[in-house]
Design a protein. Structure first.
Length: 226
């Protein structure tokens, strides 16, 4: 598995990853992490958790991965890891590692896959998670404002109702049980803390949809069979 620490590229085995995460209470995975700033801040605010930022563009994460690699007294975070990979080609080392998954304001193929409930995308996301893991997805619907970008003109508009009628059964097929979907208000969007979220929060209404879900556990499946 490819990782980055500023300008330094490295690899990590599954056993090495497990050893790094072992001292912590749980593992958080930020999919489509962008520059990695959110993952860095989340790791700083939750020192009991091991936080993994996942993004396919190494250069995007250079600044924040470099900060995390410093000594703790210089702002370094031993509980933050920056993985260079895409959801379309999920690293085997991340299979079943996370008990908390975030996908926040995705763009490109990740956004498209989630909005359409693409089976391969959902299967990959579910594969990262342990049974019972929480999944929190925030989808930005401002992409549908005029002028609509050419590459999203064929996508259905996302609303909480769309999530219930279309995405819930598709997520369920891949072991992801949607527990809640709703609009987010401006303060909630701003609190995400990314540059994109702050820009959106100044627009009224911010029009972002929150999806809260959970990966089915063995106990869930046993209960369904009984």
């Amino acid at each position: 598995m490819n990782i980055t620490r500023g300008r330094t590229a490295d690899t990590l085995t599954r056993d090495e990853l497990r050893a790094l995460a072992a001292p912590y209470a749980g593992v958080t995975l930020d999919i489509g992490a962008g520059d990695g700033a959110w993952a860095y801040r989340y790791g700083g605010a939750h020192p009991d958790r091991f936080v993994i930022a996942l993004d396919p563009v190494r250069e995007n994460m250079r600044e924040w991965s470099a900060k995390a690699a410093k000594k703790p007294d210089k702002g370094g975070l031993p509980n933050a890891l920056f993985v260079v990979a895409s959801v379309e080609s999920p690293p085997e080392e991340l299979r079943g590692v996370a008990d908390e998954v975030f996908v926040t304001l995705p763009w490109g193929s990740l956004m498209r896959g989630l909005i359409l409930g693409d089976g391969g995308m959902l299967a990959a996301i579910a594969s990262f998670a342990k049974g019972g893991a929480s999944i929190r997805i925030v989808l930005n619907t401002r992409i549908f404002d005029d002028p609509v970008p050419i590459d999203v003109r064929d996508l259905p508009e996302v609303t909480p109702e769309y999530v219930v009628t279309t995405l819930v059964p598709l997520f369920e097929e891949h072991g992801i049980r949607v527990e809640n979907s709703r609009w987010m208000d401006a303060d909630e969007v701003a609190a995400i803390g990314t540059r994109w979220a702050k820009r959106l929060s100044h627009r009224a209404p911010p029009r972002s949809v929150l999806i809260e879900a959970r990966v089915r556990s063995i106990e869930d499946d046993s209960g369904a069979e009984s």
